[in-house]
Design a protein around this ligand. Structure first.
Ligand code: ZN
Length: 405
């Protein structure tokens, strides 16, 4: 048994905050009780509590859009083989834990990588958040990301798309991912192909997500009924209403667009230029500037339709934290979401997306103790989410482990 006490606990349901809070966790890593510090001490007088003064307890964060083994952006990419990719992914997992992230959904990695990581985590060879994954993403021939060797499966026509879905399920995928747009309005899959993917995924008991940034890829994805739509950068209010009606969840991944737009602004002002990333920025910088503007103008309006929103980050920049969920939450708050709701987007809502809301994602009796303790009060200053003091994954302390072992 262990008892944690803090100035407050944010339950994760978008509503409840407990002042002078305490929670009790048993040996199996489950939450036995959540309430006030006084209640905990009364119920468990023989357990010596750990006090976190000036701190807030909340559920561990969930990142629904991660590429945990993304190596293609490394300056020495030519040296990466499977071994190095696995080591990089292990390093990234450890970093994710240290940022308070206790669950990730990987949405395209080298074939078999996430399966191996899940085994290594289970056997405690490495430390990291629990993983849900799609194995390879599915694209049309020459579609978005086709150059990313090993991480994408090209498929054409409804039956080949179904075959590609089956291959991912065979490889252990928990989810299915399709990519249906890139940087131009031309959608990459036909409606028939998208419909086949959703039907096959659901038929095999898997939920499915789709990368759709632009029109008309967004309405096509809504029509097909993907469980989560990633990015949906240029979504209209009407489309958000349709998503809300169909129960589809929006994972906007704003942070990655804002970050690349910022790099572009800096690159345009810098005296030095050149290099592969500079060329990339020259080519796509304006797309990211327009994307940032679209999120700034529309996020609050889209949110007001009632569409469910959950956190994902999609960071594929070198030298940037792998799962900056706290930054994504910060952007949601900056663009009009109340802090307590933005925290829910990264905890209970994201767990519900994964059909795991009855296992983790909020601070409630009987759930696994996936817990983040931060210094300060994120309801007053959302950047407090970055002041990580402790991380529990199913009751086990993983923060110190990730730094000192
Ligand atoms: Zn992505």
């Amino acid at each position: 048994m262990k008892i944690l006490l803090a100035d407050r606990a944010i339950v994760g349901d978008g509503e409840r905050v407990i002042e002078q809070a305490g929670m009790c966790v048993d040996q199996r890593g489950s939450i036995v009780a959540v309430g006030t510090a006084a209640e905990m001490q009364e119920r468990f007088p023989n357990v010596e509590p750990t006090r976190y003064d000036g701190c807030t307890i909340l559920p561990g964060l969930i990142d629904l859009h991660v590429h945990i083994g993304y190596w293609w952006n490394k300056p020495d990419a030519s040296q990466y083989n499977d071994y190095l990719v696995a080591l990089l992914a292990a390093k990234n997992l450890k970093e994710a834990l240290s940022l308070g992230v206790t669950t990730i959904r990987d949405v395209a990695a080298s074939d078999g990588l996430c399966g191996a990581l899940k085994t290594a985590l289970r056997q405690k060879m490495i430390a990291g958040p629990r993983i849900f994954e799609v194995n390879q993403g599915i694209i049309m021939t020459g579609g978005h990301g086709w150059q990313l060797k090993g991480a994408l499966r090209e498929a054409n026509g409804p039956w080949d798309v179904r075959a590609a879905v089956r291959e991912q399920v065979r490889a252990g995928a928990d989810w299915i991912k399709l990519m249906s747009s890139h940087r131009t309005p031309t959608p990459e899959f036909t409606q028939e192909e998208l419909d086949a993917a959703v039907d096959e995924a659901h038929r095999l008991g898997r939920k499915c997500c789709v990368h759709a940034s632009l029109q008309p890829a967004i309405p096509m994805a809504i029509q097909a009924g993907f469980d989560t739509i990633e990015h949906a950068t240029f979504m209209t209010v009407d489309q958000a209403k349709q998503m809300a009606e169909k129960g589809l969840v929006w994972v906007p991944t704003m942070i990655t667009f804002f970050q690349i737009a910022e790099h572009y602004r800096q690159a345009m002002q810098a005296e030095e230029s050149g290099g592969e990333f500079y060329e990339y920025l020259l080519k796509y910088g304006s797309f990211f500037m327009e994307s940032e503007q679209a999120y700034r103008e529309n996020f609050a309006k889209l949110m007001e339709t009632g569409v469910k929103i959950a956190t994902g980050t999609d960071i594929v920049l070198d030298k940037y934290p792998i799962t900056p969920v706290a930054d994504e939450i910060g952007l949601m708050v900056e663009l009009g979401m109340p802090p307590i709701k933005a925290i829910q987007a990264a905890t209970q809502t994201a767990a519900d997306v994964l059909d795991q809301g009855d296992r983790f994602g909020s601070l409630a009796e009987g759930l696994l103790a996936d817990v983040l303790v931060v210094k300060g009060n994120p309801l007053e200053d959302i950047t407090a989410l970055k002041q990580v003091q402790e991380v529990l994954l199913a009751g086990e302390s993983r923060y110190l482990a990730s730094h000192h072992k």
